[in-house]
Design a protein around this ligand. Structure first.
Ligand SMILES: N[C@@H](CCC(=O)N[C@@H](CS)C(=O)NCC(=O)O)C(=O)O
Length: 210
């Protein structure tokens, strides 16, 4: 919606204490949910495709082959996200080390897809403009890069196309402005609340800075 400059209102939901009005409209009890007049849409990809259909200009590729390839790589987001977030959603360093060792398999698939399918220098998934694929991957790069400041896996260094893509996304206001201003603090707090060991890294950094 930011990319399309649509006017919208956001209501944040506490997922630890979901309000009844939210549970009544979200079939899986998950965010995001988009309310359009009195209709409810859910699932990020369905919402993104709907917005792309009703608000010009289309960002999905015109070419049906390219569009299908884009959809296929968007379908891969859960695996890709798991590879990245699996490096820090852990209770111990040991579990993180295992996840860091396993992550390249999924990352390599997307690196290869860009090398094979893009046919230009990017920097985004399809080229020089944001697409629905970018919108789908951006939140996971954003969170991973935030944690990796302290975790320092160096994972993206092994994948130059992914790294350049992620850096371009993080230099794009549409992406960086998609979260609350206090995102860093809120995300750190949620890592701690959920008992993930990487929260210690942020606490140590804060203590060292005092
Ligand atoms: N496939 C869904 C996944 C949505 C999802 O997992 N949302 C998470 C937050 S990112 C959520 O609402 N979790 C709360 C819960 O599962 O209780 C989509 O893309 O919309």
């Amino acid at each position: 919606m930011r990319a399309k400059k649509v006017e919208f209102e956001v209501t944040y939901v506490n997922l630890q204490d979901k309000p009844d009005w939210f549970l009544a409209i979200s079939p899986h009890g998950k965010v995001p949910v988009l309310k359009v007049n009195d209709q409810i849409l859910f699932e990020s990809n369905a919402i993104a495709e709907y917005l792309d259909e009703v608000v010009a200009p289309r960002v999905h590729p015109e070419d049906p082959i390219k569009r299908a390839q884009n959809r296929a790589w968007t379908d891969f987001v859960p695996d890709f996200a798991k590879a990245l977030s699996g490096t820090y959603y852990n209770k111990s360093r040991d579990e993180s080390d295992k996840a860091i060792a396993a992550a390249p398999k999924a990352l390599q698939k997307v690196e290869d897809a860009i090398a094979r399918e893009r046919g230009n220098d990017g920097p985004y998934f399809n080229g020089d403009t944001l697409s629905l694929v970018d919108a789908a991957y951006a939140p996971f790069f954003q969170r991973f890069l935030f944690v990796d400041r302290e975790l320092k896996t160096g994972l993206l260094d092994q994948f130059p196309l992914l790294k350049a893509w992620a850096e371009a996304l993080m230099a794009t206001e549409t992406v960086t402005g998609s979260v609350v201003d206090t995102f860093d603090q809120e995300f750190e707090k949620s890592l701690k609340r959920r008992g993930f060991w990487v929260a210690d890294l942020f606490e140590k950094k804060a203590a060292a800075a005092e």
